[in-house]
Ligand binder design. Structure first.
Ligand code: C2O
Ligand code: CU
Length: 680
């Protein structure tokens, strides 16, 4: 619905532009007709075109009003409103001044004589010709909406636009006056020379702007992660700490005792086969994709030694969904230096967040996670509430394989069959390790969705045949008792791969793809939370997500913006330890943004203004779909510098990266080519 409205509005803009173009031509022809009758005909044509233009302008208002009323004011604030206003102001002048003149001309008697002096005067009047051309200029901006900076219509920008518009009007008016006054035309040769010169100047100026903005968009060789614009969310302000204070280096996990569990993950390149036989030029942990499944118990001190053996590719590991101490977070250039080839790095943290988590490299994640530097991390509870007989982690991934893009569970891009005796209690831990939302179905048995992003759902009811949409980086735990018929887990992007559980080693069931869509905001039962939507928050941060065409790091791209800005200039959210923080995400762009905050869990307060009616939703990643608005809250209880970004790593590379910074914390690490640190 949201996407359709945006699209229709854009198509109307194009059409509107064409209509004003046609009206401009028609009114121009009007001035040169040789008889009264012909003049009348062109007046009528102009009139019809102008009427269509006015109707379409009104239609844009309708779309804009519908967008604002169904999706909120922020959706149309600034640039959409600007383009609609710029299309409307000249349209009003056309309606008030041009249309009455055209009407008069369209009504005159029509002898085949040459047009009278008054008729000519009316046709060549400033009020007949110029407003239509101004409308043409005004609507042209609507076509360039995606080039305008989203969410940043400051005084400078508004002034620039107004000056340009006034300049356009003045030029048109001046040209008209000259023509009307019959200023004799310059000799042909000179006219051509002047035009050529003007064109050359315009082209050169355009090229200069092009090249300088492309160059200016390039990242510096080294820069600091914290250089963005600070925001305090309406709470108390304090100076940003650039040096000194508490260094992230000191915010480590326990280093003074023996770990309870130790793992070594060795990053290495390998050509890995998928089950279909297609191969992946993979980057692996310990030679396998996905990396080894790490299972630990709640409260254990876990130590992971990362060894990097990939030639000339620095890597890190981030523990997704685990609120580790800051220095263990694996963000290159902010919490550590990326681990260069031949080097090692040791992570240590106490596994406190029970549930389905995962780990992945955070260096150039789009490529590194895509190629296989990820794995499942399961933290089992100290006391098991719901014992199962089979506990299976199922990471969904899209591989760039020798046979093209392959959708797979782990390395299984073809249907995987497993014998599973009837009566066994099964838990599937679905992890979406791809960049895009994916939808799953479990056919052949009723089941419960027992955890969202690893956190237990309160009072999960039994469901059947649902479609389960899962955010990029999100997780669902599904639990059921194996029936005496087959059960099949499918992913709707390609139902031919999947996991088929067979009680007696045979049989199949067709994936149900038609069921109702699972809504996590209305699943399970409500329960007490440490705070809720009516708590008083110390800070509230608004994040308007949008896209903006232009240059980014030297390339032409559809930049993914937060409040009109892109990394490394995106907002830095400043907090104090202990603050209760609210974040509002509004997506007025055209793509999904799975927003992930490091180091904290977000309690969902509302979606599109509606409170959560089911179990409390405690998430580390929240898919904000186009047109959606979500409110979340969290307690700032984990000091450090934390990345907050879109987990579609393609968008991460297009700028959708911001930070949460605690008062007094600074980082000694740097970003950029020289530092070899690329957290995006
Ligand atoms: Cu799973 Cu910052 O990432
Ligand atoms: Cu995104």
């Amino acid at each position: 619905m949201y996407g359709t409205l945006l699209q229709v509005d854009f198509q109307v803009s194009i059409f509107l532009f064409l209509v004003w173009l046609a009206t401009t031509v028609a009114t121009r022809l009007l001035t040169t007709r040789s008889t009264q009758r012909r003049m009348r005909r062109w007046a009528r044509i102009s009139l019809v075109l102008a009427a269509v233009g006015l109707l379409l302008t009104a239609a844009r208002w309708v779309f804009t009003a519908v967008l604002a009323s169904s999706f909120g004011w922020q959706i149309i604030a600034d640039r959409k409103l600007l383009t609609v206003v710029l299309a409307t102001v000249p349209a009003i002048v056309v309606a008030l001044f041009t249309v009455p003149r055209l009407l008069r001309m369209a009504r005159t008697a029509a002898p085949d004589s040459a047009p009278s002096a008054e008729a000519r005067a009316a046709a060549t009047s400033l009020w007949t010709l110029v407003p239509v051309r101004v409308a043409l200029v005004g609507t042209a901006l609507g076509l360039f909406e995606v080039f305008l900076p989203p969410a940043r219509l400051g005084p400078v920008f508004l002034l620039t636009v107004s000056v340009l518009l006034v300049l356009a009007v003045t030029l048109l008016w001046w040209a008209h006056r000259r023509r009307a006054a019959g200023v004799p035309r310059a000799p042909r040769g000179r006219r051509i020379a002047v035009r050529a010169a003007v064109t050359a100047v315009v082209l050169a100026a355009g090229a200069a702007v092009f090249v300088t903005s492309m160059r200016a968009s390039a990242f510096p060789d080294t820069y600091n992660m914290m250089q963005g614009v600070t925001e305090f969310g309406g709470g108390s302000t304090f100076p940003q700490t650039h040096e000194g204070g508490i260094s992230v280096e000191t915010l480590t996990g326990p280093r003074d005792r023996q770990p309870d569990r130790s793992f070594t993950l060795t990053a290495q390149a390998a050509k890995v086969p998928l089950t279909s036989g297609a191969t992946v030029e993979a980057w692996t942990f310990n030679g396998q994709v996905p990396g080894p499944e790490l299972r630990v118990r709640e409260g254990e001190l876990v130590e992971i030694k990362l060894v990097n053996n990939i030639p000339s590719v620095p890597v890190t590991i981030h523990w997704h969904g685990v609120d580790v101490p800051n220095a263990e977070d694996g963000v290159p250039g902010m919490t550590q230096n990326a681990v260069r080839t031949g080097q090692t790095h040791t992570y240590r943290f106490v596994a406190d967040e029970v549930g389905t988590r995962w780990y992945h490299s955070h260096q150039l994640a789009s490529e590194q996670v895509g190629r296989g530097l990820f794995g499942a991390l399961v933290i089992e509870p100290r006391t098991v509430q719901r014992p199962v007989d089979e506990d299976i982690a199922v990471p969904f991934h899209i591989w760039d394989a020798s046979s093209g893009a392959r959708r797979a569970f782990g390395a299984a891009d073809a249907l995987e069959r497993r014998q599973m005796e009837a009566g066994r209690r099964v838990r599937l831990r679905l992890i979406n390790t791809s960049n895009k939302p994916a939808t799953f179905t479990l056919t052949g048995t009723p089941y419960r969705v027992t955890a969202l992003d690893g956190t237990d759902v309160n009072g999960p009811t039994e469901v059947n045949g649902y479609q389960l949409p899962l955010s990029a980086a999100g997780r669902y735990d599904l639990e059921f008792v194996m029936p005496s018929r087959p059960v099949r887990l499918a992913e709707l992007g390609d139902v031919s791969h999947g996991l088929l559980l067979q009680p007696d080693g045979a049989g199949d069931v067709a994936p149900d793809t038609e069921g109702p869509v699972f809504d996590p905001t209305a699943y399970g039962s409500a329960s007490d939370t440490p705070f809720n939507a009516s708590s008083s928050f110390d800070r509230t941060f608004n994040l308007v997500l949008d896209d903006w065409l232009g240059f980014y790091n030297g390339k032409f791209a559809l930049r993914q913006t937060v409040n009109g800005r892109v990394f490394p200039n995106a907002p830095v959210h400043m907090v104090r330890e202990g603050d209760l923080v609210k974040m509002r995400f509004v997506n007025r762009g055209t793509e999904n943004h799975p927003m992930h905050l490091h180091g904290h869990h977000m309690l969902v307060l509302s979606r599109n203004g509606q409170p959560v009616t089911g179990s409390p939703m405690v998430m580390d990643t929240l898919n904000v779909a186009p047109g959606e608005a979500w409110e979340v809250g969290f307690r700032a209880d984990n000091p450090g510098l934390w990345m907050d970004h879109c987990h579609d790593f393609v968008h991460t590379q297009l700028g959708m990266v911001l930070h949460l910074a605690y008062e007094g914390v600074s980082t000694p690490y740097m970003l950029g080519e020289h530092a070899h640190n690329h957290p995006e």
